[in-house]
Design a protein around this ligand. Sequence first.
Ligand SMILES: Cc1cc2nc3c(=O)[nH]c(=O)nc-3n(C[C@H](O)[C@H](O)[C@H](O)COP(=O)(O)OP(=O)(O)OC[C@H]3O[C@@H](n4cnc5c(N)ncnc54)[C@H](O)[C@@H]3O)c2cc1C
Length: 286
Amino acid sequence: MKPAPFRYLRARTVEEALEALQDPGAKALAGGQNLLTLMNMRLARPELVVDLGGLRELRRSFDDDGQVILGALLTHRDLIEHPTLADRHPVLPEMASHIGHVAIRNRGTLGGALAHADPAGELPSAMVLLGAQVHADSLERGRRTIPAEDLFEAHYETVLEHDELITWVSVPDRGPRQGWGFVEHAHRHGDYAIAGAAVLVGTDADGRAQSVRASLLSAGETPVLVEATGRDLPDRDWEPWARSVTADLEPGVDDVDHVRDVAAGALAQAAAQAHARALAELKEQS
Ligand SMILES: Cc1cc2nc3c(=O)[nH]c(=O)nc-3n(C[C@H](O)[C@H](O)[C@H](O)COP(=O)(O)OP(=O)(O)OC[C@H]3O[C@@H](n4cnc5c(N)ncnc54)[C@H](O)[C@@H]3O)c2cc1C
């Protein structure tokens, strides 16, 4: 199918894009991987498409003290090939490498993936895991900063207003003695996950797990955040803990038990990976 007729504006500045988005019939276009498909199927019928592709400033990133600041137009491939993310936030390029296929990773953007708010998406979960702050601008209200875990409301729904544009995302540095893990189970590499888990495990100086922060994909209406601390965390076998955490998931699909089961497996494996990485780092430092 072809899209319904629309007007097109290629914005030259963020201000121009924000001004155009004041039109209630306008929609931002980033990588187009979701929006153009929806328009072709006539599930989206914007009257005005505001193309962000020329806003080169939003394709930059900065290594700041204590955080990395990422432009909303960085593509999934930019995240995978980023010069410092592999060191500062290795879970992020790893998760981005599981998104779709090469053509999608070349065009799809960070801001587009967050605004699209697919609970099966890797980047929404990654940003929740990492405690990222999402900066959104509008012409009328200026900038507001939204913690990633508060951005997502439901399947494909965020707290963003119609005239707001995600411009930057700040990702705070990892804590000391913290390892990461990511496991997703999909029918094929690049397919959306049946379920998946990204995990950070923090340890004490002896390598005992002290804190867990996890974000589950395809496990609910939004990325599902799991936080746990204390001495009761497992030392070796993460399976029973993962099963108890995932027992009440409501993934919103017919085969709930299957998804809970897959999520438990992914969470246990990712937590074990994260713990092992934290232990290896500890050993390296001693
Ligand atoms: C075949 C296929 C397979 C895919 N597989 C996966 C997968 O495995 N995992 C995964 O995570 N994703 C997957 N995707 C989605 C892909 O990652 C998209 O690129 C991404 O979700 C949307 O990014 P985009 O830049 O293309 O956004 P667009 O399609 O341009 O826009 C999507 C939505 O976000 C809005 N928007 C865009 N940028 C902004 C902004 N800066 N601020 C506010 N609103 C904005 C648009 O108005 C639109 O509503 C797949 C897509 C396809 C077509």
